[in-house]
Write a protein that binds this ligand. Structure first.
Ligand SMILES: N[C@@H](CCC(=O)N[C@@H](CS)C(=O)NCC(=O)O)C(=O)O
Length: 205
């Protein structure tokens, strides 16, 4: 398998999961500073021009972070990366979708790419403030799900890797503080050897 990623992008969640799984895979960097995601070679592979993308051994490509995470969990059942019962499984999918489609795409993207939301430079601060509010509100919704547990659904699952990259962005990229339950989760995730390996491979700490 090959993971198409960019350092410090949301592909970090899939990178962490591949390290948790521990089977051989190849890392393929897509250099955003050279706009490689829009280059002919990458577009031929992934017309969405996004990371993460996972090229499977049968030559087929998977995109969309929650779908890739779910595939990795289902194809490695012995690792129990998804909760065992259907209700907890659908809650895992629900939370991953919320984290990516709302907290990432409507929150952090407003902070990192305000020009995507308004072409008027004077709107930048307003757009970013809306992004911050979306993140704060989103984290306030997630914190009670975590509660006093170490991980979102008791044991470590794919949803924790998704929450982790957003916690990482909040603290290390956006200079935000986390609600205490999420901060505890973030610190626990940083202690996991798989997370440490993924961060090191991306040149992060
Ligand atoms: N809905 C996609 C979003 C992926 C996404 O937005 N990835 C960003 C990096 S965090 C990207 O590739 N951006 C490149 C660009 O927009 O130029 C998913 O869940 O995988």
């Amino acid at each position: 398998m090959e993971l198409f990623y960019s350092p410090n992008a949301c592909s970090l969640a899939i990178h962490v999961l591949l390290e948790e799984i521990g089977k051989p895979y190849t890392l393929r960097r897509v250099d955003f500073s050279k706009q490689e995601q829009y280059g002919a070679e990458y577009v031929a592979l992934n017309p969405k021009s996004k990371v993460p993308a996972l090229l499977r051994d049968d030559g087929t490509l998977l995109t969309e972070l929650p779908a890739i995470a779910w595939y990795l969990a289902r194809s490695n059942p012995e690792l129990k990366l998804l909760p065992p019962d259907i209700d907890a499984e659908v809650r895992t999918l629900e939370i991953m979708d919320y984290l990516v489609s709302t907290v990432h795409m409507r929150g952090f993207t407003r902070i990192f790419r305000p020009e995507n939301f308004s072409p008027t430079p004077e709107d930048k601060e307003k757009v970013q403030a809306t992004g911050r509010k979306t993140i704060v509100d989103g984290f306030a919704i997630i914190a009670p799900v975590l509660g006093a547990s170490d991980y979102l659904f008791g044991a470590f699952s794919i949803a924790d890797a998704v929450l982790f990259f957003l916690e990482y962005w909040a603290v290390r990229r956006a200079g935000m503080s986390l609600p205490s339950a999420l901060d505890g989760h973030f610190q626990r995730m940083l202690m996991r050897p798989a997370v440490q390996r993924a961060l090191a491979a991306e040149g992060l700490s």
